[in-house]
Design a protein around this ligand. Structure first.
Ligand code: PLP
Length: 374
């Protein structure tokens, strides 16, 4: 296989080897359905209980506040659509216009069902100002959903302040923390959130598994009906191996968080310094407080999609913020919401570094960008 420089860790991450090791027995040895009463199912049941405890302790929650799902998309759908399922009197939802499509499309679905949604516009670096939320709040607001960190430009939101505004009006506060969990410190008590979405494959866990944190006492209705798994709120045979792998991956990322952040930040600084040396004109999106290693760059008068394909020819994986068809360039909703000028937006590339990246990767990325753009 061609040597790959993987710099798209916001899309997905490499599975942690210890997580893989921990998962394997649940495919071939301890394969019992965890909900069965016989002793053969004890291993799976115990493993899920332990995984729930580990995950809860990583985000400072109680084990019974962790609900396993199939990933970030499902967790977001559950949190948003809960307002319709519960037929709450507080019908209005407030979110931001830079959320992931898992939130935005769920919001569009509840709008079609007659539940109004207000989309807050962030500032030029992608921050939702507390005052903007405060001005939009009414006594009809049932839910506020603002992501912890943006997946395209990395902006980290002032969740604690935003959640406290929501609570002042009696609304539930949900945060999509899919990009943040395992990468920055996430403490649900400190943040004061009522619901939080996470996805294992974003923090070196397996794909197809995640969780929704639901604070004890928060009014929620069953999202997926069937068996009595997950306290009868999310039915379906448990993905034992996935859940176990997710817990091990999260524990390892949280234990080594400082080390990883230091390593990734160093590579990030190196990339920016090397890029500056080239003299190529670019703008960096997302402001001062961004996810470690998430580097959204907008090159002036360039074509982000063409850069992506030319990097791909050299085995370098990154993402873009604008996609072209033969007639037009479609600039992402996030870049549009922050008001980035078109000359820059069209040339946007997202480089997202992870703990497995090296200095050599950075040298290769910058050398390739230089060759393409000069
Ligand atoms: N929310 C955010 C912020 C994301 O970045 C993603 C994935 O890219 C999701 C939700 C969806 O997560 P999953 O891939 O686990 O469905």
């Amino acid at each position: 296989m061609k040597q790959i420089v993987y710099a798209d860790n916001a899309a997905t991450t490499k599975l942690d080897e210890e997580a893989l090791e921990a998962m394997l027995p649940f495919f071939v040895d301890d394969y019992a359905n965890a909900s069965q009463p016989y002793s053969f199912a004890r291993g799976a049941k115990k493993a899920i209980r332990k995984a729930r405890e580990i995950i809860a302790s990583c985000i400072n929650a109680l084990p019974e506040e962790i609900y396993f799902t199939s990933g970030g998309t499902e967790s977001d759908n559950w949190a948003i659509k809960n307002v319709v399922l519960s037929r709450s009197e507080h019908r209005m939802t407030i979110t931001s216009s830079i959320e992931h499509h898992a939130v935005l499309r769920s919001c569009e679905a509840i709008e079609r069902a007659g539940y109004p949604v207000v989309y807050l516009r962030p500032d030029a670096v992608g921050r939702v100002q507390v005052k903007t939320l405060e001005d939009a709040m009414t006594d009809k607001t049932g839910l506020v959903s603002i992501m912890l960190a943006n997946n395209e430009i990395g902006t980290i939101q002032a969740i604690k302040d935003l959640a406290s505004i929501a609570h002042r009006y009696g609304a539930i506060f949900h945060t999509d923390a899919v990009q943040a969990v395992g990468h920055v410190k996430v403490d649900v008590q400190d943040l004061g959130v009522d619901m939080l979405s996470a996805s294992a494959h974003k923090f070196n866990g397996p794909k197809g598994v995640g969780f929704l944190y639901i604070r004890k006492g928060t009014e929620v209705i069953s999202y997926q009906d069937g068996g009595s798994q997950e306290n009868a709120l999310r039915a379906g045979t448990e993905n034992t191996a996935g859940i176990v792998g997710m817990a091990v991956a999260l524990k390892r990322n949280c234990e080594q968080l400082d080390q990883h952040v230091t390593h990734i930040k160093r590579l990030e600084d190196m990339l920016i310094a090397m890029l500056d040396e080239t003299g190529i004109a670019y703008a960096r999106n997302g402001g001062q407080e961004t996810l470690p290693g998430l580097i959204s760059l907008s090159f002036h008068n360039a074509d982000g999609e063409a850069i992506l394909h030319r990097l791909d020819l050299q085995g370098i994986c990154v993402s873009t913020g604008a996609a072209c068809n033969s007639k037009e360039t479609k600039i992402s909703h996030v870049l549009q919401a922050i008001g980035l000028e078109e000359d820059y937006a069209k040339g946007t590339v997202r480089i997202s570094l992870g703990r497995h990246n090296t200095e050599e990767d950075i040298e290769n990325i910058v050398a390739a960008i230089k060759k393409i753009l000069q």
